[in-house]
Design a protein around this ligand. Structure first.
Ligand SMILES: [Zn+2]
Length: 606
């Protein structure tokens, strides 16, 4: 167990793209590690083509295909869908003895495999190696429920227990998920942490990963005293309080942590897959690829294991291509080389940009009148000139730009960049995407539509932070507009919903619920007219997400010729009488490439 506390490296802290400060990116660009050249060998395990046919039967199969919207059997050969229909219809394919009718899902409902188009799998896996101290209930990769902490006292109690359990070896205690916005904006301080640290240096991350907290022992090890002047060390009466606000300051601590090694990154990758598989995900996308040292090797090793239950799409952050050693090899053109390693199990997607920070971290970038009552505003992580230039470079090559914009001024900057990119290099099919895009106005949505853009909305925010959006961040009227899925649906803008895990738990059924109910933690409904229906929500987390990642030709619906990726549920989501029932639906397992992964079999490796 004590090993688990030794894992958070300088790389993670230095590299997480949600960090608020503009210079975080310059720092990242200087990082000596990061992406390794992908192995040109595809990660697909060398399975010989099989003529064996497996027919899965179910109570209902919801296909997301207009020709055959529901079915009772699906035939699978060589990892792909051979036929969909009644049992007799799909048996029409059988011309030899190599057929098995598999009735294990006979009483269940099969839907297309869920696709999580925006999370941070390896970062999530790494964080779970530390102690969770967040406000919400979270399930760890081993399936243990971690209760959300309702008071700051409860947070300190959990940290105290964790420190008490560690052997007195002076190792770091790392924790994550602290959310001062739920405790009167009260940060953790040295005065809070010192009495409970049991001799260990402590480093605790804010859930937003913009802010960190450390005890006196950690300050001592980092060599930071009252007289040290580093931007971001919060001081009161000339002494550091324990709060650390900027990357330069955070690095002084993170550099003292033991570095991540290959074994730990591989474990983090498997742990993320366990979390995702448990909730029915068959493909996930890493939206900060290039920030974990050894990240590609771990994904590649995992994908080569036939027991790894999730397909992976890697979205490299733009900073990867700006690094001198990659720039020397051709910068963005290198992505063409990397694409040659693409397989169905592991492939590269669009290039990620981060324009603003997070709304709950007060770093989201709003248009006037900015944050509610305070008129405060967030910061752009990138200048308009740089954003326009680099989005243009991505777009010109026919790659997809995947742009994080939380608040409406960030959306505006992204639209300006994509407009210019389309003017200079018209591309009808790049599917440039806005991620989170929580406050896109009606006018901005219309422009997105005209530009051929898609969006991935962060409807989970409505539940977790919606009450704070209403009371504190933006005020009542704007809060009703947040994450406008209903408008995207009406305008025909392709969209999905996502978890941004580790920020909220990966769980597409939960995303379906947040987008259809729009209920906050207190039960308030925010923006009734921005609700979507349950069928629309199911489409969004299957075929909608497949479109966003550019793989709707082979994923997202149960259709002859597509990959045999299914999610198995205990009841049909389309039969619910209220969206609230979506929260009670159980995931019984998945099928990925024709192979069944029951809910209990998400792997004990490595
Ligand atoms: Zn993200």
């Amino acid at each position: 167990m004590q090993m688990l506390h030794r894992i958070l490296s300088a790389a993670v802290l230095a590299a997480v793209p949600s960090l608020a400060l503009a210079d975080a990116y310059h720092e990242l660009a200087r990082e000596p590690h990061g992406i390794e050249a992908p192995n040109p060998e595809p990660a697909q395990p060398p399975a010989p083509p099989s003529k064996k046919i497996t027919i899965y039967t179910a109570k209902t199969i919801v296909t997301e295909d207009p020709g055959t919207p529901t079915a009772e059997a699906v035939a699978v050969m060589d990892g792909k869908i051979l036929g969909v229909g009644t049992l007799d219809e799909v048996k029409g394919w059988v011309t030899n003895e190599e057929v098995e009718v598999d009735r294990q899902f006979q009483d269940a409902v099969i839907v297309p495999g869920f696709i999580e188009a925006h999370m941070h799998p390896q970062i999530t896996g790494v964080l779970w190696l530390g102690t969770y101290v967040g406000r919400f209930d979270r399930t760890s990769p081993d399936g243990t429920l971690n209760k959300g902490l309702e008071t700051k006292a409860a947070v300190l109690e959990r940290l105290k227990e964790a420190a008490a359990k560690m052997p007195a070896d002076g190792n770091w205690l790392v924790a994550w998920g602290y959310q001062p916005e739920f405790y009167d904006n009260s940060p953790l301080t040295r005065a809070d942490l010192d009495p409970i640290s049991n001799g260990h240096p402590m480093l605790i991350e804010n859930l937003s990963m913009h802010i960190y907290y450390a005890n006196s022992k950690a300050f001592e090890i980092a060599g930071i005293g009252d007289d040290t002047n580093i931007v971001g060390i919060v001081k009161k009466d000339g002494k550091p309080t324990g709060e650390i606000e900027e990357i330069t300051a955070a690095l002084a601590f993170a550099e003292k942590l033991p570095p991540l090694n290959d074994k730990v990154v591989l474990k983090a990758t498997w742990d993320a897959a366990k979390l995702a598989h448990r909730v029915g995900v068959t493909t996930f996308a890493d939206l900060s690829f290039g920030t974990i040292p050894g990240g590609y090797k771990a994904y590649h090793d995992a994908a080569a294991d036939p027991d790894f239950p999730v397909r992976t799409v890697l979205n490299p952050i733009i900073q990867v291509f700006q690094k001198p050693e990659i720039a020397a090899k051709g910068g963005l053109d290198v992505l063409n080389e990397w694409h040659k390693s693409d397989s169905d199990r592991l492939s590269f997607g669009g290039v990620k940009f981060v324009v603003d920070g997070s709304i709950q971290g007060y770093t989201g970038l709003f248009q006037w009148p900015y944050y509610y009552k305070t008129f405060a505003n967030g910061v752009a992580n990138i200048s308009q000139a740089d954003l326009t230039k680099w989005v243009g470079e991505v777009h010109k090559r026919g790659f997809q730009a995947v742009i994080h914009t939380n608040a409406d001024e960030a959306t505006e900057m992204a639209l300006a960049a994509v407009t210019e990119a389309q003017r200079q290099y018209p591309q009808p099919a790049t599917r440039d995407r806005l991620e989170h895009n929580q406050y896109a106005s009606q006018s901005q949505l219309l422009r997105m539509k005209a530009l051929g853009m898609a969006t991935n909305l962060f409807t989970n925010h409505i539940y977790f932070w919606g009450d704070l959006h209403y009371s504190t961040f933006v005020g009542p009227d704007r809060a009703e507009d947040m994450d406008p899925a209903g408008s995207a649906q009406r305008l025909g803008i392709p969209f999905s919903m996502h978890s941004d895990a580790s920020v909220t738990p990966v769980d597409p059924l939960f995303c379906m619920w947040t987008a259809t109910s729009r209920k906050t933690m207190s039960g308030r409904v925010l923006g009734e007219n921005e609700r979507i229906t349950v069928p629309q929500a199911l489409h969004a987390v299957t075929l909608g997400a497949a479109y966003l990642i550019g793989q709707d030709d082979k994923k997202g619906s149960i259709k002859t010729g597509k990959l045999a990726d299914f999610t198995v549920l205990d009841r049909n989501p389309l039969d619910v009488t209220s969206p609230d029932e979506l929260r009670d639906i159980k995931v019984l397992g998945t099928v990925m490439g024709g192979k069944a992964f029951p809910a209990t079999a998400s792997g004990e490796k490595p």
